[in-house]
Design a protein around this ligand. Sequence first.
Ligand SMILES: [Zn+2]
Length: 527
Amino acid sequence: MFGPGRLFSLLNYLNKTFSYGTLLRYGGHIFKIMKRDGMGRIGKITTAHGDITTPTLMPVIDPTDIILKPKDMRREFGSELVITNAYLTMLHFGNDPVTKIHKILDYDGPIMTDSGGYQILRYGSVNVTPEDIIRYQDSIAPDIATILDIPTGVGATREYAAETVRVTLERAKQAVKIRSNPEVMWCGPIQGGLFTDLVEESARETGKLDYHLHAIGSPVELLNGYRYAEIVDLIMAAKKNLPLDRPVHLFGAGHPTMLSLSVAMGCDLFDSAAYILFARDNRYMTSEGTLHLEDLSYLPCECPVCTNTTVEKLKREPEVEKVKLLARHNLHVTFGELRRIRQAIVEGRLWEHVQLKCRAHPSLLEALSRFLSYGKFIERFDPVTKKSAFYYSGEESARRPEVLRHQLRLKERYKAPPLSTLAIIPEFGGKQLKSVDLERTHILKLVPPFGVVPEELDEVYPLAQNQTPKEPDAEQVRSVTEALENYLRSYGNSYERVILFNDHRRWGKQLEKACESVKEKLEIVQL
Ligand SMILES: [Zn+2]
């Protein structure tokens, strides 16, 4: 154990460990947060037809053309919640007399309905009033219903985008007064498209109303165009302004490639029509991207569909059967990725998982970089301790919230203990310290990508619980030299002697350069 000087420094550093994330544990009555990592969470939504674990994917069911039955989906893929379109249901089945949605879909599990907003985006308008569709959904009694919003879309002018936000918000206010079925939970959509200030306003104002969850609109066109970084801005603009205790649904983002990144940003629900639309188009999903059946020589997947057939057989199947098989494969891949994401959250490894996935496409890597640019906001949610060690898995690791948190705390809270000598040592080994008086010496370790770690902080997660390659890459060198420079500029004056134990093979001249501000009292010991 170290003396009172060092203990005081540790306590200063640890001060104010409260983070916004703590609040989430006591979230709203329908949504309970069980585990967190990044801004991602494993949660439980309680509905009239059972509990749903999030993050989850809702397969989209066309009520007029059911290819895979919801109850078969639950059995085969473990899907807990399906989504269908209330507007199409009303057109097809009429509302007199009203049949409950659970009967129409022959499913006794949780069902969500969308209202027709997507049809507006596709066809320009729908033949129903916002009030009618609220009353209709109350009468068919899904577990979660959605108001009739006006999707902004990607090509919108600012004026049009503002109008979609205004009208959607007005309808959201109106709907609160009309709703009558207490068993139905309501989703308040967020619009604004690429105008992030409008998205912020939409989220802030809708978040004040009595809604159980929110959906972020318009990402489908961006997803199809690989404009992932813009989706990050859209989601973050909404997340920064929505109540923390409400689940967030990302409309139409059911492809496995961006799932982990979206979960890391705090999205809880995803819907997928893609599984069937892609299947009709011979498109074969993988968690790294989409392949075309005609280009495949093998089926690169472990799902029951792919292990029970061959690519030649699949290509020869009659159209209806082929679509069904491809749809099932697409769902297996998506639910498989979802389970990996959940497991990663439990282990505290979501960041590593996201980094791995984002290497599948340059646009995803760009999106990850964009997400990390929101570091200060993310840091408030990311748990201060995790089950697993921090793994350095590429240069984005240096921008992870755990790293940022340490750097912020060193800068804003830390005070160096009153000791006369500073010994700067590489992370590994310790033999070199035999030559110093440990009582009077303050030891500063070099720990890439965290930077420098004063000895008294060594047990704070994850400053010792991390694995990085022994040969530092450019980003690791940068993180250490910058942190050392900053530390010495702040505290260099408080020491009489500074000893640098320099490991030339790893660091070259970089560390000496970083010690420029204390060169008068610097002693260098070459290792
Ligand atoms: Zn498969």
